[in-house]
Design a protein around this ligand. Structure first.
Ligand SMILES: CC(C)(COP(=O)(O)OP(=O)(O)OC[C@H]1O[C@@H](n2cnc3c(N)ncnc32)[C@H](O)[C@@H]1OP(=O)(O)O)[C@@H](O)C(=O)NCCC(=O)NCCS
Length: 153
């Protein structure tokens, strides 16, 4: 899916109750890595770890924080060297359905626009899931479809 950035305004900011959005800051690095490793696939934890190790600009790693606890994250331009690639992006399952995902997506798109990106894109999402609807509402459109194939051995 992809969406223009800049020429199409970012979605309106969203403010979930009790949650602060910001770029990643030094004291949030370990909590963010721990949350992503605990809740998501090893791939995503590795992507975050690599981005931090490569010292990508902090504005490219957005976090949602409740108190001192990182409850969600969204990265852009921090994966495979593509400046306009969005993701990975996720919210702790215990915190879903509170508009934290919508807030992170709107925040990341606004920062991407300020940084001069022309579009945002990513490769994979499941059709008809919550993420897909979120992306559609934020102006993303399907640009390519992939099929998973398998064969019994
Ligand atoms: C996609 C994701 C980031 C959305 O986070 P979120 O904080 O739940 O987002 P929002 O609260 O803004 O809601 C988004 C949608 O998810 C629904 N939802 C998802 N999980 C929910 C839950 N546990 N309880 C209630 N609603 C939930 C919301 O109802 C909403 O759908 P709707 O607007 O069609 O009703 C989150 O579901 C997630 O981390 N998913 C796994 C990772 C993923 O798929 N990332 C995207 C990869 S491309």
């Amino acid at each position: 899916m992809a969406r223009p950035v800049g020429e199409v305004p970012a979605p309106a900011p969203v403010q979930p109750d009790g949650v602060t959005l910001s770029e990643i800051r030094p004291h949030l690095v370990v909590p963010a890595l721990e949350m992503v490793a605990r809740v998501f696939s090893g791939d995503w934890a590795e992507a975050l770890r690599r981005a931090i190790h490569a010292q990508v600009p902090a504005e490219r790693i957005r976090v949602a924080v409740r108190g001192e606890v990182v409850v969600g994250f969204a990265m852009w331009g921090a994966y495979d060297g593509s400046p306009d690639r969005f993701g990975p992006f996720g919210v702790d399952p215990a915190e879903r359905g509170r508009r934290i995902g919508a807030a992170l997506l709107a925040d990341a798109l606004a920062v991407m626009a300020r940084a001069g990106c022309r579009r945002a894109w990513f490769l994979w999402t499941e059709p008809d899931g919550p993420a897909f609807r979120l992306y559609q509402r934020a102006g993303f459109e399907v640009t390519r479809r992939f099929a998973i194939m398998r064969r019994m051995l």
